[in-house]
Write a protein that binds this ligand. Structure first.
Ligand SMILES: Cc1cc2nc3c(=O)[nH]c(=O)nc-3n(C[C@H](O)[C@H](O)[C@H](O)COP(=O)(O)OP(=O)(O)OC[C@H]3O[C@@H](n4cnc5c(N)ncnc54)[C@H](O)[C@@H]3O)c2cc1C
Length: 387
């Protein structure tokens, strides 16, 4: 049984000053009105081009991000690696719409693959589909509408970018995870990712799709895909998450009059997440899984299932992941117990990372229980150090 309350292990990478900073940050994001007002003011400041970097860089940015460039993440990579926590470099420019931006992002991801192939502390590369494609284009493809000639050419370029990244990952032996997004573009992404899995996962898991287990169709999808993959003799590979767009999904479904794709309550999502984890672990010989969660119980259950199947903690097909700056008590305690654990380490020019930072602040506010857990553990560690 992993002791997630062991704050000595959880925070040994933070000195006293750093621990205090984390404490104040979580105290601030625990206040919903402060986060609401802060993100509102931040949007206005960015819109008016008022400089805000001075306020963000030493606070939320340095807590949740590795740096503004891949090179600037080196310190974070080494700090995490010192405690056997690995890094997944996540180039986080969001809301980009031009071909030049998509090409730039593709180049960044190729660079992270190069870095991963040379750096033992980086097990995966990752990308977000809308970092390489216009959202509206994927949406149009999913609705089955006819694309114009230029749209078809644009879509071919998107497919080529996906393929180039995965081919490069395969050639360098670096697995590539593809994030999941809103359900009204995810079907197209699934089709693209499946074809890449069939192409590159014949010898080992290279391409990972992401399953949002708050969707009530995902368990069936997982069962079905494992069956299809077995027939084609490839390694299915998945990152499991609960899902980040619940409110948006429900609102859209209600507005457009279709049944919500999301489970009606948290307990059902939790159960689906744990069932999907169990299914992947049961087939760990030929299915790879990255368990992406800040939920202690899900991590404990996964560890118990691994033990029940006599899977070694360091099984090459099983890993855990959390986001930088969140749930260190899970990451560091899992790593200390011998499991393969990574942190998503977002990086990018500060202004382009702002939407990510706002989401982190809002997530920590809405997951009130988790923020109070983070605060409780930080306070516990401060008291322990005082003796
Ligand atoms: C390494 C990593 C990678 C990630 N990648 C992605 C990604 O590619 N795509 C993506 O969408 N998200 C991604 N996420 C975010 C993830 O989907 C969750 O939003 C976040 O991790 C919180 O879920 P949890 O399991 O950590 O914690 P918990 O606090 O146990 O779960 C919170 C989650 O439960 C679900 N939930 C809450 N209330 C309800 C309800 N009433 N009914 C139904 N479900 C409910 C929601 O999904 C909510 O986010 C990632 C997270 C991590 C750690």
């Amino acid at each position: 049984m992993i002791d997630f309350d062991n704050t000595e292990i959880a925070f040994r990478h933070r000195d006293a000053k750093n621990l205090k900073k984390a404490y104040w940050l979580f105290r601030l994001v625990a206040s919903p009105w402060l986060v609401k007002m802060g993100s509102f003011l931040l949007h206005i400041a960015l819109w008016l081009r008022i400089p805000v970097e001075w306020a963000l860089r030493p606070t939320v940015f340095s807590h949740f991000c590795g740096g503004e460039t891949m090179h600037a993440c080196n310190e974070t990579i080494q700090q995490l690696g010192q405690f056997n926590v690995l890094t997944i470099l996540d180039y986080s420019a969001e809301g980009k719409e031009s071909e030049a931006d998509f090409e730039y992002t593709r180049g960044q991801i190729m660079n992270t693959i190069d870095k991963a192939s040379a750096e033992p502390f980086i097990p995966f590369a990752v990308f977000k589909p809308t970092g390489l494609s216009r959202f509206a284009l994927l949406e149009k493809v999913q609705t089955g509408q006819r694309l114009s000639g230029s749209e078809q050419a644009e879509y071919e370029r998107v497919k080529a970018r996906f393929n180039e990244i995965c081919a490069y990952g395969a050639s360098k032996g670096v697995p590539v995870m593809i994030d999941s997004e809103e359900s009204w573009i995810q079907e197209v992404v699934d089709v693209l990712v499946e074809s890449l899995m069939f192409r590159y996962n014949s010898k080992k898991p290279i391409v990972y799709n992401t399953l949002q287990m708050y969707r009530h169709d995902r368990l069936h999808y997982l069962h079905d895909f494992i069956g299809r993959a077995r027939q084609k003799r490839i390694f299915p590979a998945f990152k499991l998450v609960r899902g980040a767009y619940m409110e948006k999904e429900r609102e859209r479904a209600q507005k457009m009059g279709y049944a919500s794709p999301i489970y009606p309550d948290k307990a059902s999502t939790d159960q689906a997440f744990d069932e999907a984890t169990a299914l992947c672990l049961e087939h760990a010989g030929h299915v790879a899984v990255c368990i992406g969660t800040h939920n202690e119980l899900s991590c404990t259950r996964a560890a118990e299932i691994m033990r029940s199947y006599s899977l070694p903690k360091h099984h090459p097909h099983v890993s855990f992941a959390q986001l930088l700056g969140m749930s260190d008590h899970i990451s560091y305690n899992l790593a200390a117990a011998g499991y393969r654990v990574s942190k998503y380490v977002p990086y990018g020019p500060l202004k382009t990372v702002v939407p990510y930072l706002i989401r982190r602040a809002e997530e920590n506010t809405s997951v009130a229980g988790q923020t109070s857990r983070e605060l409780f553990l930080i306070k516990k560690e401060i008291r322990r150090r005082r003796g």
